[in-house]
Design a protein around this ligand. Structure first.
Ligand code: SF4
Length: 240
C-alpha cells in the first residue's frame, strides 16, 4: 500500500493506482472527459489536472495518468488547478458548444459563455473511440490524424479504416460528444464518423426475420471464438 496526501487528507491506496483512483476512493471529485475505467488512460483532455508537490517543487499533471507515490502531496483545488481546468473547459466549450456532455461539465465547473471564438467541431480528440476499438473490440480500426502545427483544420481528426471496421458501434457508444453516431435503417447499419459515412449489411434472424447485427461483426466473432459458421442464425431474442 502507498500513503499520500490529497487536499491535506491522508489517503492509503494500492500501489500502481493513479491519483484519480485514490481521489475517487476518498470521495474527492476530479472532473474527467477522456477517462473510462475500462480503458487505458491518455490524459488528453487535461480536465483532471491536479497539482503535485514532490521534493518541495510543485507542478501540474493529469490525475488519470499519474501513479501514486509514497509521501506524494496532491492538491485538487488550488487556485492554479481551478484556473487551469476552467481554461481547458472554456476551450472545450468554445469548440463544442452544442455537446450536452461538455455543457454539463462546464456548468459543474462554473464556466459560462466562452470568451474565445474557435472553429466548432464535434470531435474533442479524447481518443475514447480509438482506445475502445483497440482495447475492447480488438480491431484497431481508428486512427488520429496528426495534430498540432501544420494540421489542416478542414480535414477530419479521426479516420476509420473501412477494411478493418466491423460496424460494432462501440466507438459511437463511448463517444461523449456524438462525433460518431450509428443508426440501423432496414437491413443496413450506418456509422457516421468525422471521416465519412460507412455502411454495413445487417444479418437477418432465421426465426423472427428482424435485422439485428452487422454480418461483418458476426463473422469476426465466429473467427475469433472458433464458432461454427451458422452460430448466429438467430437473434438473441430467438435463441434457445
Ligand atoms: S464500429 Fe468500427 S471503428 Fe467503431 S469500434 Fe467498432 S470496429 Fe472500431
Amino acid at each position: 500500500m502507498v500513503k499520500l496526501t490529497i487536499d491535506n487528507q491522508e489517503v492509503e491506496t494500492e500501489e500502481g493506482s493513479t491519483i484519480l483512483d485514490a481521489a475517487s476512493k476518498t470521495g474527492i471529485y476530479i472532473p474527467t472527459l477522456c477517462y473510462h475505467e475500462s480503458l487505458s488512460s491518455s490524459g488528453s483532455c487535461r480536465l483532471c489536472s491536479v497539482e503535485v508537490i514532490t521534493n518541495g517543487a510543485s507542478h501540474l499533471t493529469t490525475a488519470c495518468t499519474y501513479p501514486v507515490e509514497e509521501g506524494l502531496e496532491v492538491r485538487t483545488n488550488s487556485q492554479e488547478v481551478i484556473e487551469t481546468r476552467k481554461l481547458v473547459m472554456e476551450l472545450l466549450l468554445a469548440q463544442h458548444p452544442h455537446s450536452d456532455a461538455i455543457q454539463k461539465l462546464a456548468r459543474k465547473l462554473g464556466v459560462g459563455k466562452p470568451t474565445f471564438i474557435l472553429k466548432e467541431e464535434e470531435c474533442v480528440l479524447c481518443e475514447l473511440c480509438v482506445r475502445a476499438c483497440r482495447e475492447i473490440v480488438g480491431v484497431n480500426a481508428i486512427s488520429f490524424i496528426a495534430q498540432g502545427i501544420g494540421r489542416d483544420i478542414d480535414k477530419p481528426s479521426v479516420e476509420i479504416s473501412l477494411t478493418k471496421c466491423i460496424g460494432c458501434d462501440s466507438c459511437a457508444y463511448i463517444c461523449p460528444t456524438e462525433a460518431i453516431t450509428v443508426e440501423d435503417v432496414g437491413d443496413t447499419r450506418i456509422i457516421n464518423a468525422p471521416s465519412g459515412k460507412m455502411e454495413f449489411k445487417l444479418k437477418r434472424c432465421n426465426t423472427c426475420g428482424n435485422y439485428w447485427a452487422p454480418e461483418k461483426q458476426l463473422d469476426y466473432i465466429i473467427e475469433k471464438a472458433g464458432l461454427a459458421s451458422d452460430a448466429f442464425g438467430n437473434c438473441p431474442d430467438c435463441r434457445d
